[in-house]
Ligand binder design. Structure first.
Ligand code: NAD
Length: 463
């Protein structure tokens, strides 16, 4: 294949990225161990100290984590993009600010009380101890920072087995978390990891007697592994979120919202719009606005075929395409697209592999439905029972309700880009661990606690 200008540009970008990793700040030593058992032991010692701390002291550590996350947001973003080759720096900076500002801390740890003739009973949220956490390539530092804030607020420490392809970024986050703790007068090793995580270190963690709870954020493989471990597991698995558009929607705004959500961090978030199902009467208008006002590129049938071959090599997702921008993806099939190209669109049936597979890149297939019921049916099929995320653009409350009941996902965003679900342009808190499979939904500090009933019989009711 002859080398064109785009291919040269891609190669230059890859070399630059590798150089940036080499220049990135060296990882500190806090929380990093050669052996998984040693890491768990250190986290156990730290948890004893955290357990004895006041809520106020925990919150002090968390406030320094928030400050340092803001200060390091650009470094994290550049490291993440350089190391994984996925996503874009601008959006990753925003994600880190979001983690710093909107991840709940100790305010999420609450008490329920019953007071009456027979005394006082409380339900307190107590820590599990040392939590095991497995984190993805797609949001590596975001997940580690967000998990640690929540787990620490609950009185736990955490041992991570990060994705090996994002290890440098992950260890940089773990070091920073411990520096924050030390700065606040807390212990070292509130968050730990092996220097070289593997499936073996993951297995050690999953079987370890001192790990009572494991939080897995990733694809179906890891969630199944954790749920088979014999331990309590929080399973934040894969999604394939469809965005439904009906004939009552503001079509121009729907086009803008969908493209904004789909292209955020090059479609890496598991909640991002992965395909559209629109009723037939609005498909042409929707695509018109995507093309004329939102910098989309319309892929021909031949280009769709080439993209399928490149993105799904032998039916398997080509990780070199995950989290790449639209222009780079087009350059991989020899197409020189305008510099401002944000998203590749086309119309196709729901069974089209670029539509039915979770791709995590800005390729957005649009499926035509004959009416709203057909749209719901096709969207439910496309979500594959993940019960993760779904989106709708509609002003008809009955339609929204029908879709919400049928698709039954942890997240359903109405008339906004998908990232509104994370508190970005929407109400509510932020998380990067959405427990779709096990049903906790958007995790927060309280998710990482045990409910404990404290009973005082016949006393302390002073009504
Ligand atoms: P991945 O499944 O390849 O890896 C995730 C983590 O699991 C990594 O640390 C990996 O080393 C580990 N892992 C994978 N298989 C394992 C096994 N059998 N045993 C033990 N550990 C195993 O996922 P990825 O490519 O890094 O991330 C993308 C996937 O994660 C997508 O499917 C996305 O939807 C999902 N995701 C879900 C959420 C959520 O909150 N629900 C958040 C982010 C990503």
């Amino acid at each position: 294949m002859p080398i064109n200008e785009n291919m040269v540009q891609t190669i230059v970008q890859e070399v630059m990225a590798k150089m940036q990793i080499a220049e990135a700040p060296t990882t500190g030593k806090h929380g990093v161990f050669n052996d998984m058992n040693e890491a768990i032991e250190a986290a156990k010692k730290a948890q004893k100290i955290v357990r004895a701390m006041s809520m106020d002291q925990r919150e002090k550590i968390i406030s320094i984590i928030r400050k340092k996350t803001h200060e390091n947001a650009e470094i994290f973003a550049r490291m993440g993009v350089s190391e994984t080759g996925m996503g874009n720096v601008g959006d990753k900076i925003l994600k880190h600010h979001l983690v710093a500002d909107k991840t709940p801390g100790t305010e999420d740890i609450t008490t329920t009380a019953w007071s009456g003739d027979r005394g006082l009973t409380l339900i307190e949220m107590g820590p599990f101890g040392v939590i095991g956490a497995i984190t993805p390539t797609t949001n590596p530092s975001e997940t580690i920072l967000c998990n640690t804030i929540g787990m620490l607020a609950g009185g736990n420490t955490v041992v991570f087995n990060p994705h090996p392809a994002a290890i440098k970024t992950s260890l940089y986050a773990i070091n920073m978390l411990n520096e924050a703790s030390l700065e606040a007068g807390g212990p070292d090793n509130i968050a730990v990891s092996c220097a070289k995580p593997t499936m073996d270190t993951s297995a050690v963690m999953m079987k370890h007697k001192d790990i009572p709870l494991i939080a897995a954020t990733g694809g179906p493989g890891v969630v199944t592994a954790v749920l088979s471990s014999g331990k309590r597991g929080i399973g934040a698995g894969a999604g394939n979120p469809p965005a439904v558009v009906d004939d009552t929607a503001d079509i121009r705004k729907a086009a803008q919202d969908i493209v904004n959500g789909c292209t955020f961090d090059n479609n890496l978030p598991c909640i991002a719009e992965k395909e559209v199902v629109a009723v037939s009467s609005v498909v042409d208008e929707l695509m018109h606005y995507m093309l004329t006002e939102n910098d989309c590129y319309l892929a021909s049938e031949e280009e769709q075929r080439k993209l399928t071959e490149t993105v799904l090599q032998g039916g398997r997702l080509n990780r070199k395409c995950v989290g790449r921008d639209a222009k780079t993806l087009l350059s991989m099939i020899g197409v020189t697209a305008p510099a401002n190209t944000r998203c590749i669109i086309f119309e196709g049936p729901k069974e089209h592999p670029l539509i039915s597979e979770e791709l995590m890149m800005p390729i957005l297939g649009i499926v035509r439905a004959k009416d709203f019921d057909d749209a719901v049916e096709q969207a439910v099929w496309l979500e594959h029972g993940n019960r993760h995320s779904a989106h709708i653009h509609s002003k008809n409350i009955d339609n929204i309700t029908k879709y919400a009941k049928a698709i039954d996902t942890a997240i359903l965003v109405k008339n906004a880009p998908s990232y509104a679900a994370l508190g970005f342009g929407g109400e509510g808190y932020c998380t990067f661990t959405i427990a779709s499979r096990t049903g906790e939904g958007l995790t927060s500090a309280s998710t990482f606690t045990k409910r404990r009933r404290c009973v005082m019989s016949d006393s302390l009711c002073i009504r």
